[in-house]
Design a protein around this ligand. Sequence first.
Ligand SMILES: [Zn+2]
Ligand SMILES: [Zn+2]
Length: 114
Amino acid sequence: MTATQQTRCRHCGRTLRSLKSVAAGVGPTCARKIRKATAAQAVAHKPQAIEKAVELIEQGGILPLRGRRVFAVVSSDGTRTYKTAAQGCTCPAGLKGRHVCYHRVAAEILGLAA
Ligand SMILES: [Zn+2]
Ligand SMILES: [Zn+2]
């Protein structure tokens, strides 16, 4: 057990009942929804972007701000937070807008899994 482990599902806020769910930070239903949404997004994005998005979600680095449309994400070095949605992101790569950053991919996945 570490301080970052939570007893509530990161995705829906329900209390987690199994140790396995507590370790994952999400309940089994939400974990399944997220996996399904990830598979659906995998066809639209590069594998590396999907991989980083999944890592971000699993580490709890993306949290809903408003509904399930706008999220706060923590930068990879942990020093800054950005606002992200499926349509845009305030990170340096997102502001340039040349490609879809993995924050947006994570937001799309969580939006689909809602
Ligand atoms: Zn849940
Ligand atoms: Zn971004």
